[in-house]
Design a protein around this ligand. Structure first.
Ligand code: FAD
Length: 438
């Protein structure tokens, strides 16, 4: 039996969740008694919901539970920047093979089409915008990162457009960026709305339990313990992202990093006047520690930057407030004429990283599987890894599954305190070199 010590919490005011246009259709159900399920998926983010969805398709008569400590949409899946990225996207670009990059793009596109079908079937407005994305640089010294990105795009025959100067400024409504690489396959969403829509779409043989945290586990007996009940399963899947180590699997593999986001109030008439002819857009930075920015289809601006390594896997209001100050300065640098527009929401969430950017995708104990560490691109990656985890559990073989298995070997990270010290030093160097792209 293992007792868990670290649990997910609502870190700040969750902007996407609070402002989402999608309505829940089912009441919140908690674990309140002892029950048996064929499959229990822990974690109701994109990864867990995708695993449950595919298991339900493959085994329509099985009893499946998805459980989460929080409400669907409050976890990291509902806190991210909402880019569903079609292209290979290493936060740190390493040498990677053309075949692997091509395969990753295909898997990402598969995930995008699956999510698109789901939200259309649900008829939910998740602010789905297939508007591509810009990878942009303010500082000339970061142009070399744009060049290395276009080299990867050339190698996999992916179209792109270089946009600069006045053209870029008129498309974005800010003259802050000097140069950008625009690619058209990315989709922008309200991620909390999308994850709720995915949960709503699960068939009737899947039961969702929310506000139900697993407090201890006995994997020999396949039992999960809660404050008010015990769930037993034939097969357990951990889709618990940065918390997966708590359950006893994947020791010394994960390096969770907090990052923060703020969302403004919708721009008022006066401010919108300056955004005339500007369509919703998303910018990721040419520097890995730079700022992500969006102009959303409900006329808000999102700013995401700042990093912290927090071994308790919890942030606090002071840290969120510090990040908000940083967000404000990034906002003002880009939109000096919008000084009257305040942030309405600010929150934190964890990027679950590994040293070599490969995810955890394995059987950790007999009958207990783990999927974790999406390395910053979990909407698409979590969706396809969840799908193929279900395929693997059912014994279905495919080239895609073989590819995933051969690229899911996260390298070793040192235990704490060395992990935290090392990560803090590295992040502080990265943030300093990002300079004006922060
Ligand atoms: C600010 C920010 C911006 C980001 N931007 C992007 C982006 O634009 N595009 C993109 O693709 N990715 C982005 N990411 C990364 C992305 O959000 C993650 O990769 C993704 O959410 C991972 O999904 P998941 O389902 O694997 O994990 P999660 O969404 O974290 O789901 C895991 C779930 O497990 C639950 N859980 C954990 N422990 C327990 C327990 N003991 N009992 C019960 N439940 C438990 C948690 O409550 C949680 O809901 C961003 C992340 C952050 C923080």
């Amino acid at each position: 039996m293992k007792t868990l010590k670290r649990f997910p919490a609502v870190d700040g005011s969750l902007g996407w969740y609070e402002s989402m246009p999608v309505q829940r259709t089912h009441p919140v159900k908690q674990v309140t008694k002892n029950q048996y399920f064929d499959y229990i998926v822990v974690g109701a983010g994109f990864t867990g919901l995708s695993t449950a969805g595919r298991l339900a398709e493959l085994e329509p008569d099985s009893k499946i539970a998805v459980i989460d400590a929080l409400m669907v949409g409050q976890g990291t899946s509902g806190r991210n920047a909402g880019f569903i990225i079609d292209l290979p996207h290493n936060l740190d670009s390493n040498e990677s093979s053309v075949l692997a990059d091509t395969h990753i793009r295909e898997l990402n596109c598969f995930a995008i089409s699956r999510l698109d079908r789901i939200r259309q079937e649900q008829g939910d407005n998740v602010y789905w915008n297939q508007v591509g994305k810009y990878m942009a640089a303010h500082e000339e010294k970061h142009f070399k990162n744009l060049d290395s990105f276009t080299k990867t795009l050339d190698s996999i025959n992916s179209d792109y457009e270089i946009v600069e100067g006045a053209d870029l400024a008129s498309r974005l409504g800010t003259g802050y960026y000097k140069k950008a690489v625009y690619t058209n396959g990315n989709v922008l969403v309200n991620p909390a709305a999308l994850v709720v829509s995915v949960a709503k779409n699960l068939p009737n043989n899947v039961e969702i339990f929310e506000k139900s945290k697993v407090t201890s586990v006995d994997f020999n007996l396949k039992k999960l313990y809660f404050d008010n009940g015990v769930l037993t399963a034939n097969t357990i899947i951990l889709a618990t992202n940065s918390f997966t180590e708590e359950f006893g699997g994947c020791k010394n593999k994960l390096a969770p990093v907090f990052t923060y986001a703020s969302l403004t109030k919708p721009l008022n008439e006066d401010a919108l006047h300056k955004f005339k002819k500007v369509s919703p857009w998303g910018v990721t930075s040419a520097h890995p520690a730079g700022t992500t920015v969006r102009f959303t289809s409900d006329n808000r601006i999102l700013i995401r930057n700042s990093f912290d390594v927090l071994p308790d896997l919890l942030s606090n209001q002071k840290m969120i407030d510090e990040a908000k100050v940083h967000h404000r300065s990034s906002f003002m640098a880009r939109f000096p004429s919008l000084d009257a527009i305040p942030f309405e929401y600010s929150w934190g969430g964890m990027l679950c990283m590994t040293m070599n950017h490969e995810p955890v995708f394995s059987e950790s104990y007999p009958g207990v599987y783990a999927i974790a560490a999406m390395n910053g691109v979990g909407i698409a990656k979590g969706t396809y890894l969840g799908y193929y985890m279900a395929e693997m559990i059912k014994g279905n073989k495919s080239e895609d599954l073989d590819f995933i298995l051969s690229n899911s070997n996260p390298s070793w990270v040192p235990p704490d305190p060395f992990k935290t010290i090392g990560a803090r030093v590295r992040l502080s160097i990265e943030q300093r070199t990002a300079k004006g792209d922060k």
